[in-house]
Every structure is written in structure tokens, then in C-alpha cells.
Design a protein around this ligand. Sequence first.
Ligand code: NAP
Length: 253
Amino acid sequence: MEKLRVSDLLTGKVAIVTGASRGIGRAIALELASVGAKVAVNYASSSGAADELVAQIVGGGGEAMAIGADVSKAEQIDALVSTVMDKWGRVDVLVNNAGITRDTLLLRMKLADWQAVIDTNLTGVFSCTRAVSKIMLKQKSGRIINIASVAGQMGNPGQANYSASKAGVIGFTKTVAKELSSRGITVNAVAPGFIATDMTNDLKAEGILQFIPLGRYGQPEEVAGMVRFLAADPAAAYITGQTFNVDGGMVMA
Ligand code: NAP
């Protein structure tokens, strides 16, 4: 097992990472733990993978706990946040990372495909942010980081549901950034391009690489680095309402 090197950038801080059992969320949880944060590792069904990640963090000298909760169910999110508060007494960083795809062309898309993606990717972000912002408002501090996607900026055939959910996340990020700004809470989004995870496993790379100026898929750790920056003080304290692309140059504003 790879040894974790813990530095103190986020020592004493508590982070919740949704969808942290695999892929980008897992890399974010490891990254935040490696700079001293106590990390709540949320998952939907992969309890074994979440437990393994917690063991890796604890084995490396960090602190973490695994919490199963479906982000599309508001009551499960309220319970998750209560569990974190009971154990650690605060929440400094929320990373809304959990997400799914149900790709198909518009005319073949069933209402259930649409609804499942919106419920998880957009309503999940709403429920988690609402639950955590109550705590952050009392603390008068906090960092909320939402994982969006280039699909929410440029569209992508076969992803009407997914791109709508991710564009929604970007709009939500701007509004909540304005609502929470007076209490020292920042809200930003990170928009990955194609990152090598289970989500992109089945895609055919040849067709995609021509649209990526850097000519390769990104790695989960490359998204995690941006999240760590946005979570850290004082480096990112004056940044809110923004969307940062980690996409190999796919979207150039
Ligand atoms: P992934 O490898 O498929 O992992 C998804 C994670 O989300 C898993 O930990 C999964 O938990 C969790 N999850 C799914 N539904 C959930 C729910 N209802 N409640 C709680 N957790 C749930 O995906 P990924 O590629 O790492 O993607 C992570 C985020 O980045 C997503 O928001 C995705 O849209 C975004 N993104 C990814 C890419 C990419 O190229 N990979 C590009 C742009 C944006 P279980 O293990 O328990 O199922």
C-alpha cells in the first residue's frame, strides 16, 4: 500500500467528499488527507472500496471515516452531515463530486435516464450544499467545491441529461457563491475534461483525443490538485463563483 505523506496545509480541517470510493473523488479524498484534513469518504454502494481508502489514509497517519449515503436522497445527506458533526464537530470543506452518466441520444432518452442523472448530479449538489452551508454560516468560514464538467460548458451528443446537470451545477455555484460570500464561504466549480476513471472506461479514445490539445486523458490526481488549491488558505481565499477547467485545453474561454 502506498504510504501517505501528511503535510499540514489543512490540519484541523474537516472535509466531506461525496462519491469518494472510486475515481476522481477517491483521488480528492487522498489529496486532502495528505495535507492533514480529516476526510469523510462518502459512497453509494462500494463500501469495500471506501473502507480500503479509509484504511490507506489511517495507515498513512491521516484521519478518515467511510459513510454510505445516496446524494439524491436529502434525508441520507442530512444523516451523513450529522455523523460528521457528531464525530468531528465542524465541516470546513465540501467537495460535491458524486456523479453518474446515463448516456443516449435525446430521442432515445427515457425520462428515467434524465431524472436519475439530474437527481444525483444536480439535486445531490443542492442537498449536500444546503446541509453543509448551515454549519459553515455559523462557523463563518468554509469551502464548497463542485465537480462540474466540460459537457456543461460545450455540450456533448448523447449527454443531454448529463450536460444539463453540469451546466446547472455551474449556475448553482455562481448563485450560492453570491449568497454565502458575506460569511467568508467560497463556492467554486472544477470542470474536468476526459479523466481516466470507470466513467470513461467504455469510451473510444481515438475519436476523443483529437479534441484534447494536450493529446491525452487526464488523471484523477490532476483534478485533485485543483481541489486542494481551492480548499487551501490563504491561497484561494479571494476566489469565489468561478469554474476552473482541468481538461487538457479542451475549453479555452
Ligand atoms: P466514477 O469513477 O464513476 O465514480 C463515481 C463515484 O460517485 C463513485 O464513488 C460512486 O460511488 C459515487 N456515486 C455515484 N452515485 C452516487 C450517489 N447517488 N450517492 C453517492 N455517491 C455516488 O466517476 P468519476 O469519473 O470519478 O467522476 C467523478 C465526478 O467527476 C462526477 O461528478 C463526474 O460527473 C465528474 N466528471 C468526470 C469526468 C471524467 O472524465 N471521468 C469528466 C468530467 C466530470 P459507488 O462507488 O458507491 O458507486
